[in-house]
Write a protein that binds this ligand. Structure first.
Ligand code: SF4
Ligand code: SF4
Length: 91
């Protein structure tokens, strides 16, 4: 490590594990995903690929749902869905 980097303060640091649940990041997006639960085949690709862990599994229904408080509207879920069950719409 270069000497100059050692002089930088140690922040930003996560001193309070789990604090990301308090930071609602969903307001950033211009679009949001709409899931057609009738088309969904519960492959979970959207759940795996969502970079914000904004998709939850509804195990009893074998469906998924989006938590809009954390979804940033990136659209990755709609791109990976094999049955085109996710449509991105304006917020
Ligand atoms: S739009 Fe992006 S952030 Fe929102 S649920 Fe889909 S993959 Fe996750
Ligand atoms: S990727 Fe599509 S089919 Fe798979 S769980 Fe998500 S919404 Fe359902």
């Amino acid at each position: 490590m270069k000497e100059g980097l050692r002089e930088l303060p140690p922040l930003p640091a996560i001193l309070d594990p789990g604090n990301s649940t308090r930071n609602k990041t969903g307001g950033w997006g211009a679009f949001k995903p709409n899931i057609d639960k009738n088309k969904c085949v519960y492959c979970l690709l959207c759940w795996i690929y969502c970079p914000d862990a904004a998709i939850s599994r509804l195990e009893e229904e074998n469906k998924v749902e989006v938590n809009y408080e954390y979804c940033k509207g990136c659209g990755i879920c709609s791109q990976v869905c094999p049955v085109k069950a996710i449509e991105m719409v304006r917020r």
